[in-house]
Write a protein that binds this ligand. Structure first.
Ligand code: NAP
Ligand code: MG
Length: 483
């Protein structure tokens, strides 16, 4: 072995192979069960090396209209009329095919989005399959989910998803919609369209009736065309608070239903009685998982003053061991930042953090020269008013503050316009319950972080959104309940 056989961090290279399947050089739009050529195309790149992976169709108003018409036809003629148990069978089939093709989905997710293969393989793909399995089970049992009511589908759903969990967000959106008898038009993010297109291929192979699922790739304008189209009955959006507000204004008065899963600035709170080593792992998982490209990332750390030095020391030591680099290498902990634009945003907020007086610390590990990378970063000496404390960085950047009493921790943690998630680390059950009920957040983890399950509803309060995905609440959002 020479030095080239080692990845940054000193381990021998352990790359996932990419020769077990092929990626097309060009993809069309998936509309009405057919592959439809768009008038224009755009390129999707690998953020780890800036190389173009494929060209994909750029759906304009015309193609969006075509997709919505196909979805309406499928809704009226087939899907809403089909016995619910048969809908369930299709969803089970999609779930099983996803499991069969898990390796290729994991590779594509890491290639197109930059996330470490360990995460796409062990988190994104299995959870996406789990969402299809979970909702497949509900398809013919909806009247038991809502006793006394007759659940009816809503109609045609427009679905828009971000780039941080492309396949998983597609599963979160498509599975419950279909289980309840709706048809969908889904738009993935511009920088990560490939896994949704591969899901379209899978759906074609699963013989789903044409038009039940339509995938239109494109940029923000494609999403806007979907939102503004009179032919949709509901918009399900996951993305930034800024675009979420825009969507809410755009559909005001239209009668369209909506759910909005938006940004976050979660507080991860560590008490002096917490198991410190586990809490340090929880902090690492909370903010460095998926390069911090996580809406519910634990991006604000609150440590009880008495253990602050100890936690900071252990945290720095642990960060020093993290491997930043090739997303396809199984040793990699932190992959590539999803796009140049996002990298610039992270850099600009970090610069502002320093200018505002917070103290920056970065580990000394090397990062690759080519591609989009950002070192795990800590800020201490933070004030509540600092922009790195108030704004979503959406990168591997942690703002650290201390507190003395639970009351102070709650006041500081709740000083945010967001309200998506939070975490509490303590040995004491009663303290955990006190904190979880006092934090303004849709999800609060105790002695763990970033855990997801299709059974458990996920969603935000305040500027983090409206509505829930997953569990009964998520199912409810895709039904009209007739009493
Ligand atoms: P974004 O800029 O809001 O984009 C989200 C999606 O909306 C993308 O598909 C985007 O297309 C599209 N879009 C952009 N402008 C639009 C418009 N005017 N009308 C309709 N659609 C439009 O968010 P992002 O940067 O991709 O994702 C990061 C954000 O998502 C973060 O704020 C994160 O917290 C949030 N997020 C929230 C959750 C949750 O469950 N609460 C989960 C994951 C992510 P293009 O990408 O092609 O521009
Ligand atoms: Mg890409």
């Amino acid at each position: 072995m020479d030095s080239n056989d080692f990845i940054l961090g000193g381990y021998a290279k352990a790359p996932e192979s990419i020769d077990h399947f092929s990626i097309n050089s060009s993809y069309d739009l998936f509309i009405g069960g057919r592959w439809v050529k768009a008038t224009q195309q755009f390129k999707t790149t690998n953020p780890a090396n800036d190389q173009v992976i494929a060209e994909v169709g750029l759906a304009g108003k015309k193609e969006v209209n075509q997709a919505i018409k196909a979805a309406r036809k499928a809704y009226e003629s087939v899907w809403s009329k089909m016995p619910a148990a048969d809908r369930g069978k299709y969803l089970f089939r999609i779930a099983r095919l996803l499991q069969e093709r898990a390796r290729q989905f994991a590779v594509v997710e890491s290639l197109d989005g930059g996330k470490p293969i360990r995460e796409s393989r062990d988190v994104d793909v299995p959870l996406a399959a789990a969402h299809f399995f979970y909702h497949a089970g509900w398809a013919d049992k909806l009247s038991y989910a809502f006793p006394g009511a007759k659940p009816k589908p809503i109609g045609v759903i427009g679905q828009i998803i971000p780039w941080n969990f492309p396949l998983l967000m597609a599963a979160w959106k498509i599975a419950p919609a279909l289980a309840c008898g709706n048809t969908v038009v889904l738009k993935p993010a511009e920088t990560t369209p490939l896994s949704a297109l591969m899901l379209a291929q899978l759906i074609e192979d699963a013989d789903l009736p044409p038009g039940v699922v339509n995938i239109v790739t494109g940029a923000g304008e494609t999403g806007q065309a979907l939102v503004e189209h009179p032919g949709i009955d509901k918009i399900a959006f996951t993305g930034s608070t800024e675009v979420g507000k825009h969507i809410r204004k755009a559909i005001a008065g239209s009668g369209k239903r909506y759910t909005l899963e938006l940004g976050g600035k979660a507080a991860n709170i560590i008490f002096e009685d917490a198991p410190i080593n586990e809490a340090v792992e929880g902090i690492i998982n909370g903010i460095f998982f998926n390069q911090g490209h996580v809406c519910c990332a634990g991006s604000r750390l609150f440590v009880q003053e008495s253990i602050a030095d100890q936690v900071l020391r252990k945290l720095k030591k642990r960060i020093g061991t993290l491997i930043v680099g090739d997303p396809l290498d199984k040793n990699t902990d932190i992959g590539a930042i999803n796009s140049r634009e996002q990298l610039d945003r992270i850099k600009s907020l970090v610069k502002i953090g320093k200018e505002e007086g917070a103290q920056l610390w970065q580990s000394d590990q090397r990062i690759p020269r080519k591609g989009n990378w950002f070192k795990p970063t800590l800020f201490t000496q933070c004030a509540q008013s600092h922009r790195i404390v108030q704004e979503e960085v959406f990168g591997p950047v942690l703002a650290i503050q201390t507190f003395r009493t639970p009351k102070e921790a709650i006041a500081k943690a709740n000083n945010t316009p967001y309200g998506l998630s939070g975490g509490v680390w303590t040995d004491k059950g009663s303290k955990a319950f006190q904190m979880t009920s006092s934090l303004n957040a849709g999800v609060v983890w105790a002695n763990t972080f970033n855990k997801f399950d299709p059974v458990s509803p996920f969603g935000g309060m305040q500027e983090s959104g409206i509505g829930r995905e997953g569990g009964l609440q998520g199912l409810r959002a895709y039904c009209n309940l007739e009493l």
